[in-house]
Ligand binder design. Structure first.
Ligand code: GLA
Length: 407
C-alpha cells in the first residue's frame, strides 16, 4: 500500500516524474548510449552512531533512489544538471584542486577527486541527477548520490572497483571533501543491500550477513519531521569527536585492554568507566555499548518473529539517542511519543538525528489512519507538515548502459 504519493515529500525533486534519461535527452540532446546508475537511500533499523565506533548496524535499503544518467563528451567539459535544484554545474576536467562549496556540487567534485587518483579523466561528460530520496531526512540522500555517481563515473572511465573499494571511496569523498565524518553504514547499505532483508554489518571487520525482514501484517513507516538537518554543520562531527575522546581516555586508563574502539566494551564494563571520564563522555560511551547490544537483540528478535520485542528495542534506542547521546529534537520526540500512545509497537529517530525522520512499526491495516492522524497532531503542535511513507527493504544500487537511444 502506498498511501502517501511521492510528491507529498514536497517540491524538492520537482522533476521526479521524468526519468533521468528523458532529462538527459532534454538537456543535452539525443545521440549515443547513456550510463545510468540508481542507488537507494536507506533506513537503519537499529544501531545508531555505532558505525564510527566499530559496532554493529542493521540498515536496509528503501525503494527511493538517486539516479545519475551520463554520457561522454569529446571535449574536457562536464555539465551536471541537478533536477532537485534546477541547477547546472559546469567545469573542465581534470580538476587540479577544488574547495568545498557547501552545496550539492561537493558530491560530484568529491567523487571525481577520488576517481582521479585511479585514472586520467581525459574527457568530459554530460550528466543528470534525479531522484526521490527526501533530502535531509536521515534517509541517506547523500550516500545514495555518492554511490550513484561513483558507479556511473567509474563505468564511464573504465575504472574497475570492488564493492568495498567503491563504498570506501564514497565514504572518503564524504569525510575528506564534503566534510562530514560519517561512518561507513550508509554507502555500504546503498550498494550492498538485498531485497526483503536488512544487513547486519560489523563495522570493525566489515563482514556482513543478511537478516530476512519479513513483517507479516506489520508495516514500517517513515514519518518525516520536515525539519531538515545538514550533517556537516550539525552536532554530528561533535559527537564523533566526543566518542574519540572517550576512547582515548579509556585507552589511557586501561592500557592493558588494548581497546581499538568503544564497541570493544561490553555491558559488564560500564560500571568501571565512571571514574575514567567526564559524565557527558560517559553518556556517549554508554549509548554506544548498549545500542550495540540492542542490534544483536534485534537480530535475535527478528529471527524468532518476535516483533513485540523488536518494537521495544526501537523505543529503547530512541530513549538512548534522546537522553544519552542527545541527538533528538522536540519534534522527533513528539512523533515517537505519539506513536507509543497510539498503538505503534516501536518507534525511533533514524539516521544521525538533529532533525530528519522517525521510523514506526505499526499494523498494516492501521497504517493509513496512523499517517493521517499523526500529521494532524503534529501540525497542531508545531504548525509543521509531517509526511509519511511506507518503506520496504529493497535491493542495492545498480548501473547499466542503455541501448542506443533512437527517435
Ligand atoms: C549518519 C552517518 C552514518 C551513521 C549515522 C548514525 O547517517 O552518515 O555513518 O553514523 O548517521 O548512525
Amino acid at each position: 500500500m502506498r498511501f502517501v504519493s511521492p510528491h507529498a515529500w514536497g517540491l524538492q525533486w520537482r522533476l521526479r516524474l521524468q526519468t533521468s534519461i528523458t532529462l538527459l535527452e532534454e538537456h543535452f540532446g539525443l545521440e549515443k548510449e547513456a550510463i545510468v546508475a540508481n542507488a537507494p537511500g536507506r533506513v537503519n533499523l537499529i544501531g545508531e552512531h555505532t558505525d564510527y565506533n566499530g559496532g554493529y548496524v542493521l540498515p536496509f535499503a528503501i525503494d527511493r533512489f538517486t539516479s545519475v544518467a551520463l554520457r561522454p563528451r569529446t571535449d574536457r567539459h562536464m555539465h551536471i544538471y541537478a533536477a532537485a535544484f534546477d541547477e547546472t554545474f559546469e567545469a573542465s576536467l581534470p580538476f587540479d584542486s577544488a574547495s568545498p562549496t557547501g552545496t550539492w556540487r561537493d558530491y560530484p567534485i568529491g567523487i571525481l577527486l577520488e576517481l582521479k587518483r585511479q585514472a586520467n579523466l581525459s574527457f568530459g561528460f554530460d550528466a543528470i541527477i534525479t531522484g526521490n530520496v527526501p533530502l535531509g531526512a536521515g534517509l541517506s540522500s547523500s550516500a545514495s548520490l555518492e554511490v550513484a555517481l561513483a558507479l556511473s563515473l567509474s563505468k564511464l572511465y573504465g575504472i574497475e572497483l570492488e564493492d568495498l573499494e567503491l563504498v570506501k571511496l564514497c565514504q572518503h569523498a564524504e569525510n575528506e571533501f564534503v566534510g562530514t565524518q560519517s561512518g561507513i553504514m550508509d554507502q555500504y547499505a546503498s550498494l550492498l543491500a538485498h531485497d526483503r532483508s536488512a544487513i547486519l554489518l560489523n563495522t570493525t571487520s566489515l563482514e556482513h550477513r543478511y537478516i530476512p525482514l519479513e513483517l507479516g501484517d506489520m508495516a514500517l513507516l517513515v514519518v518525516n519531521s520536515g525539519v531538515q538537518r545538514e550533517l556537516a554543520s550539525s552536532g554530528y562531527n561533535d559527537r564523533r569527536r566526543e566518542c574519540q575522546e572517550a576512547l582515548r581516555l579509556l585507552q589511557e586508563a586501561m592500557p592493558e585492554q588494548k581497546m581499538r574502539a568503544l564497541s570493544d566494551l561490553g555491558l559488564d564494563d560500564l560500571p568501571q568507566l565512571e571514574h575514567t571520564m567526564p559524565e557527558t563522555l560517559m553518556m556517549r560511551a554508554r549509548h554506544v555499548v548498549e545500542e550495540n547490544e540492542r542490534v544483536l537483540e534485534m537480530v535475535n528478535a527478528l529471527e524468532h518473529d518476535d516483533l513485540r520485542t523488536a518494537g521495544k528495542l526501537l523505543f529503547a534506542s530512541h530513549a538512548s539517542l534522546r537522553d544519552l547521546f542527545q541527538v533528538s529534537t522536540k519534534e522527533l520526540d513528539f512523533l515517537v511519543d505519539w506513536g507509543r500512545a497510539h498503538g505503534a509497537l516501536g518507534a525511533r529517530l533514524v539516521g544521525g538525528g538533529f532533525g530528519g525522520a522517525t521510523l514506526h512499526l505499526v499494523g498494516q491495516n492501521q497504517a493509513a489512519d496512523y499517517a493521517q492522524k499523526i500529521a494532524v497532531a503534529y501540525r497542531k503542535t508545531f504548525g509543521l507538515t509531517a509526511t509519511t511513507i511506507e518503506v520496504r527493504p529493497s535491493p542495492g544500487a545498480r548501473a547499466r548502459a542503455t541501448k542506443k537511444i533512437s527517435h
